[in-house]
Ligand binder design. Sequence first.
Ligand SMILES: Nc1ncnc2c1ncn2[C@@H]1O[C@H](COP(=O)(O)OP(=O)(O)OP(=O)(O)O)[C@@H](O)[C@H]1O
Length: 406
Amino acid sequence: MNDDWVLVRFGELTIKGRNRGRFEDMMVRQVKRTLAAFPALTYQKTYGRLYIRLNGEDYNRIADRLKDVFGIVSFSRVLRCENDLQEIRAAALQVMREVDPAPRTFKVTVKRVWKPFPHDSQEMNHLVGAHVLRNTPELKVDVRKPDTELKVEIQPEGTYVYAGVQQAAGGFPLGMNGKAMLLLSGGIDSPVAGWMAMRKGLEVEAVHFHSYPFTSEQAKEKVVTLAQRLAYYAGSIKLHLVSFTDLQTKLAQTGHEHLIITLMRRSMLRITQKLAEQRGALAIVTGDSLGQVASQTLGSMHVIGRETTLPLLRPLVMMDKLEIIRIAEKIGTFETSILPYEDCCTLFVPKSPATNPNLRIVEKAEDQLGEELDRLVEQAVATVETIELTAESRSDAPAPAEERWF
Ligand SMILES: Nc1ncnc2c1ncn2[C@@H]1O[C@H](COP(=O)(O)OP(=O)(O)OP(=O)(O)O)[C@@H](O)[C@H]1O
């Protein structure tokens, strides 16, 4: 009898050996966690793949969640039947009849993995194709550029028949590659950088610097909303809110107006590094994109980056703004990011910020502040407010499942 399943394909096929097993175990756990709201589902893992039996659950709702799970490269709705020619033909016909919109041309590709099956792949292409053609006279075969490719895989446990592949987020399962701190502002870039870091298998904890009461409560709320969006992909996310007011005021008194952004960014990194040590994180992720603003020239990145010994990961560094915006739209952060807000750094933005700051002068300015700077850094770390945001369904999902990602 035909049976309704989802075939889930994992990404990063280059992973070998023991890491492969770890990757797959993490994947299965994350898929199950993501689909916990569908209790009727049952799971079957094979090498590099996961089969989910629908048992009456709604495929479209499941697909909408699966496409966002990191580590899944693609998935398909499949019918599973016995390794029996008549059953396979019936399943093929059923799958073809359900393709929407109805195709005009098709081709059949059979893969016989289970060798005892009496017909080889070539024979099966004809046996299945002829049956579909006989029963749907309006269809034609086109082996070069068909509207639909009907796939049949004969495996030991049964035969899978399907006609579509949906792309998903790809990457690594969340947390497989360790933990990083994400510098999250209220802008367009850093939420995208956070999503890309998570897609690469990093568990992320967000850090936001605010200058309350100079920056408003709404500015903080905006960052909470952005972190909430990221939590949708991660299951949950911690957001550390750091009060930057006193430190910023002090840095502004050094008299190096054109270096203020450099000084502030370095202090942010210093504080974030301390938080990273506390939280067991081994990298810092930012939304910097080369050349975008004064603090993102190569010279600025160099002087700012010298403050931390942790790897500074900048996923957007080589990307154009339009590419970044495209991803922001897809992941559902753009609408929030473009709302007006005051960032703590814009409070003190000089008329002509340094685009090529001098490391020696910057370090001298920090030395001038001496222990006072250390004290303010410690104070900022000690007064961090941490909130945990948990996943909620994204009510403003920007596009239907098939149009997402690619
Ligand atoms: N208030 C803040 N709290 C935490 N991180 C910040 C803050 N302001 C800036 N950053 C970090 O520094 C990076 C560069 O910030 P900047 O404002 O110069 O550039 P941006 O292109 O506007 O970035 P974004 O769009 O992410 O705000 C940000 O992407 C973010 O990672």
